[in-house]
Write a protein that binds this ligand. Sequence first.
Ligand code: ZN
Length: 157
Amino acid sequence: MAIRNIVKEGDEVLRKKSKEVTKIDDKILTLLKDMAETMYKAGGVGLAAPQVGILKRVVVIDTGDGLLELINPVITSAKGEQIEVEGCLSVPGLYAEVKRPAEVEVEALNAKGEKITIKGKELLAVALCHEIDHLDGILFKDKAIRFLDEDELKDSD
Ligand code: ZN
């Protein structure tokens, strides 16, 4: 396993659309492992492949309930709404309120190539939406309804 370099905003790879994974080979399995390690090291709750410079539809998430490895994730249903503060490992130091669905259902393949359905509420719903947006070149700040100012950032520490 290896820690990969996290691409920062300004790099055009973050604005490109990622390609579907057609074959789960060793390269994809290594990518998943490296992405998980990179996410944990950086203290994030999610990481999408474009954030390590790879334009593949691969996401890892851990909101505290264990690691989710998602290949070709698609949001198949969304309900309600919530407004939460988000940040991004690719946009350090910036935090903003973003409106997201309160609950989502996501279909994806796991690392074994099995079809799985994830139901997410609260932080998991946010993380699923945020990471899947990355696969389409969308950053949370594009959807921000209010950016936090410096005083609020200090308070949240
Ligand atoms: Zn992000």
